[in-house]
Design a protein around this ligand. Sequence first.
Ligand SMILES: [Zn+2]
Length: 169
Amino acid sequence: MKKIRVGQGIDFHRLKDGLDLWIGGVKIPSGKGCIAHSDGDVLLHAICDALLGAAGLNDIGHYFPDSSPEFKNIRSTTLLIRTYLIIREKGYIVANIDSTVCLEKPRIAGFIPEMKSIIAGIIETDTGAISVKATTTEKMGFTGREEGVVAMASVLLEKDDVNSQSTNE
Ligand SMILES: [Zn+2]
């Protein structure tokens, strides 16, 4: 028997002219980027929170506080690596990740294959287990006005259920 756990994560960042825009570990050509303590990778932050939530742990801010100089300008790929190590320590592997990024522009569809391969590489799975989707809010609200970006992620974790194994023997 496998023990399975679902988790969800959501992240928001404000956009500002002249900053780099990192999404899913990829630097996206854009006139605006995210205001953040780290590189502001909204998708990887949502995935980190979903992984931690599925494992029943605290949120990303608990492990990587934005008040700490240690995490100033840190690459979010590093945060995802460290988050993955935390859930591996708990005995979990990632069954799959589904995610959606919501921003008005630029269009990120062309970068999604690269995002998937970066995420899959970090969490030691194949790209078929990773879904990244992109949408807009049809010019409505803060994303529509290009003031901010949102990402949502759901993950499924699994591990061998030690108790059920012993009772099945
Ligand atoms: Zn964030």
